[in-house]
Write a new protein. Structure first.
Length: 293
């Protein structure tokens, strides 16, 4: 019998991204900035694609402080010409594209689907689903034509791609991202391109700070891990899917939701131990700056 390898014997260079070239859409703040930070933490050079230049510049500065190269590229992911120009700009700067995280997206306030305007539906689908496809297509074309032919594409979906809650257009778009991911993984595996997605829960970004303590308490009560997700809870999943450690993982939807979707909770969950993260620590976000909008 072969003895189990000790942790000390493991080659942790599997998670090393030094010298890799990456792009992240919607990376100026929040979840996108957390994804970009995770890549930079392990040595990747990261292009910040966004429509918000002022916030993106701050992200670029934070990434460069980690000793990697970073720059801003203006990109509306729903615009095919801008997407292709952005990918070209990344390759011109870094020489190739190894990792792409398609995070750009947005939600709209919850409302009855019977009153949802078609214009709003089109806008949500256009950015959250069509935008992911346009980005993935352009990224894959670059990865196919470079030497060596390979790459990692990570799409950001949502737990609402698997369960119903919130806005119907957003849910439909995120469910589409999950199945799009599986389809592209099946098609592009022959090019040594891994396509996976991450489905986060409610994430305590600055845009979530308006939520009342009552709402936050209800979120904690139906989450087995007992706290609201923070952007930095994405670091590990992003590094795993972007690195060699996930070379045999493709077409996977990685739920990062603290267990929220594993059941439908009729009553608040009981805890034996205090959660790893306190309510106060939920808003301590290492991926954000105090001067962010």
């Amino acid at each position: 019998m072969v003895a189990a390898r000790r942790l000390s014997d493991m080659d942790l260079s599997l998670f090393e991204l030094r010298g890799k070239s990456a792009l992240v859409t919607g990376a100026s703040m929040g979840l996108g900035r957390a994804c970009a930070t995770a890549l930079a933490m392990t040595g990747a050079n990261v292009a910040v694609l966004d429509i918000d230049e002022s916030s993106a510049v701050k992200t670029v500065e934070k990434l460069r402080s980690r000793g990697v190269d970073s720059f801003f590229v203006h990109c509306d992911v729903s615009n095919k010409a801008q997407v292709r120009a952005a990918v070209a700009a990344v390759v011109a700067r870094f020489g190739r594209l190894d990792i792409a995280i398609n995070n750009a997206g947005f939600g709209i306030p919850v409302g009855g689907s019977e009153n949802l305007a078609q214009e709003e539906w089109n806008r949500v689908i256009g950015i959250n689903l069509t935008g992911v496809f346009l980005c993935a297509q352009a990224e894959a074309q670059q990865m196919i034509n470079q030497e060596p032919t390979q790459g990692k594409i990570i799409n950001i979906a949502s737990m609402y791609g698997s369960v119903a809650g919130g806005n119907c257009a957003y849910n439909a778009a995120k469910a589409g991202v999950i199945h799009l991911t599986k389809t592209l993984a099946a098609e592009w595996g022959r090019f040594n391109i891994n396509v996976n997605c991450i489905s986060p829960s409610w994430v305590m970004t600055r845009r979530m700070m308006h939520l009342s303590e009552e709402v936050r308490s209800r979120m904690r009560a139906v989450t087995p891990m007992g706290h609201i997700q923070r952007p930095e809870d994405m670091f590990g999943p992003v590094i795993f899917l972007a690195s060699q450690a996930s070379n045999f993982v493709t077409g996977h939807d990685l739920l990062v939701d603290g267990g929220h979707t594993v059941n439908t909770w009729l009553s608040p969950l009981e805890r034996t131990l205090a959660p790893r993260v306190t309510p106060e620590e939920e808003i301590f976000d290492t991926a954000q700056d105090a001067d962010d909008p």
